[in-house]
Design a protein. Structure first.
Length: 206
């Protein structure tokens, strides 16, 4: 019985080691692909990524909600996905994941979430709405319009995939997070979030 248990432990350890090795190899491969991918994309100083219209907030039975229309845009300024709903909280924030390779920093909208003083940032972000399923499709990144070639959209997809893989890490030379809060936006008015390959993010009134 003792020998049998030792064999089980040994096999389990070998399996875990194999999974760890595979994970490391996969991560290094994704990391290495980011350098040529970033080099292949054109340098853009400004392009739209998200359009926002906050409808307002309300409180019922002690629970606050804020509703908004969130539209994802491609680099040709065309809306291709719209999320219209309410989130728990007094205000809305959006989290971006950014990758930096070959002198270019690309920011991807990752999550929209409600915030209030009673919730930690972690709890608020955990229950937010993930945005990447709306713009990652068939190995392509829809944030970059049809004016870009399939090869370029594939390069953006590889950079986005690396950003998602590293979202649990801290800040590094190659990845970081940025958050925009919408508390200063006027209710019922439309704003557009722009970014550029310098990693900047800013909100402009339409």
């Amino acid at each position: 019985m003792k020998i049998r248990n030792e064999n089980v432990v040994s096999n389990l350890a070998a399996l875990l080691l194999l999974i760890f090795a595979f994970t490391v190899v996969y991560f290094l491969f994704q990391f290495s692909m980011c350098f040529p991918s970033a080099s292949a994309i054109p340098r853009l100083s400004r392009y739209p990524v998200v359009r926002v219209c906050v409808y307002g907030s309300s409180t019922e039975n002690g629970n606050s909600t804020v509703s908004a229309r969130i539209a994802l845009l491609d680099s040709d300024n065309t809306e291709f996905a719209v999320i219209e709903r309410s989130w728990n909280g007094y205000t809305l924030s959006m989290e971006f994941l950014c990758t930096s390779f070959s002198g270019k920093t690309v920011c991807f909208p990752f999550r929209i979430y409600g915030t209030d003083s009673a919730l930690s940032d972690y709890a608020s972000m955990k229950r937010g709405t993930k945005l990447y399923p709306y713009y990652i499709e068939d190995g392509s990144c829809l944030l970059f319009g049809t004016s870009n070639s399939p090869k370029i959209r594939k390069s953006f997809y590889r950079l986005a995939r690396y950003a998602f893989i590293t979202r649990f890490q801290g800040v590094s030379d190659f990845s970081r997070k940025q958050n925009l809060n919408f508390s200063d936006l006027r209710t019922g008015e439309t704003y557009t979030i722009y970014t550029g390959f310098d990693g900047s993010l800013f909100i402009a009134h339409d």
